[in-house]
Write a protein that binds this ligand. Structure first.
Ligand code: COA
Length: 178
């Protein structure tokens, strides 16, 4: 059984040269979603430095030059005015002045050729990390934006569809953590 190791990008930045980091982050081919490839190569380090978001890299144990998957989490506010959800859910979102504070999974994916199911592992790692943040600072709303093709996929991990952003052509999904 392959063992996976999750390493915060922050940790790599503090221990490796920028050139080495760039090499590792450039070796992430993802044909299904080129934004994912681009974000890791061009944006992830800057997001760390500006404290905009935290990226975690998943490696196969012993193979630390090629990330096999990664995810990026940020704190983000959500406009709750046009949401398609019931009052029980709205209550749990702690909406104030039509805004809900949330954790956002901004990026999540695996490299081309990675085993089936690794995405689910990445989601569970992301949720564990957010539960940790929830213990320390509160907020139980988690959200992500995805393409139509992935709505059913995220439903299997307990996400609920609550809206559609027609400018971005993406669907809004949320999960209440606790
Ligand atoms: C989404 C992802 C993490 C799921 O990984 P996984 O749990 O290992 O599951 P799979 O790769 O088998 O994907 C599940 C299904 O979604 C489909 N799918 C995955 N990414 C897709 C995409 N970007 N567009 C369309 N369909 C996609 C797969 O083809 C598969 O369909 P199937 O069950 O009919 O074969 C992974 O496929 C991935 O990294 N995709 C590209 C990046 C991406 O789209 N990230 C999500 C951004 S919201």
């Amino acid at each position: 059984l392959t063992e996976y190791v999750v390493i915060p990008l922050r940790k790599l930045i503090s221990s490796l040269s920028p050139e080495r980091i760039a090499e590792i982050l450039s070796s992430f081919p993802c044909r299904k979603d080129e934004d994912l490839e681009y974000f890791l190569r061009e944006m992830a380090v800057m997001y760390e430095k500006k404290h905009l978001a935290r990226t975690s890299l998943i490696f196969e144990r012993g193979s630390y030059t090629r990330p096999i998957a990664y995810f990026t989490i940020a704190v983000s506010s959500m406009d709750a005015s046009g949401l398609d959800c019931d009052n029980t859910l709205r209550k749990k979102m702690n909406i104030h002045n039509n805004v809900a504070q949330s954790y956002l999974i901004g990026q999540l994916g695996k490299r081309d050729g990675a085993p089936r199911g690794l995405g689910e592992f990445a989601i569970s790692c992301a949720i564990d990390l957010i539960k940790d943040a929830n213990e320390k600072v509160g907020c139980r709303l988690l959200r992500l934006e995805c393409k139509k093709a992935l709505i059913e996929y995220y439903k299997k991990s307990g996400f609920i569809l609550i809206g559609f952003d027609d400018e971005k052509d993406l669907y809004e999904m949320i999960k209440i953590l606790v």
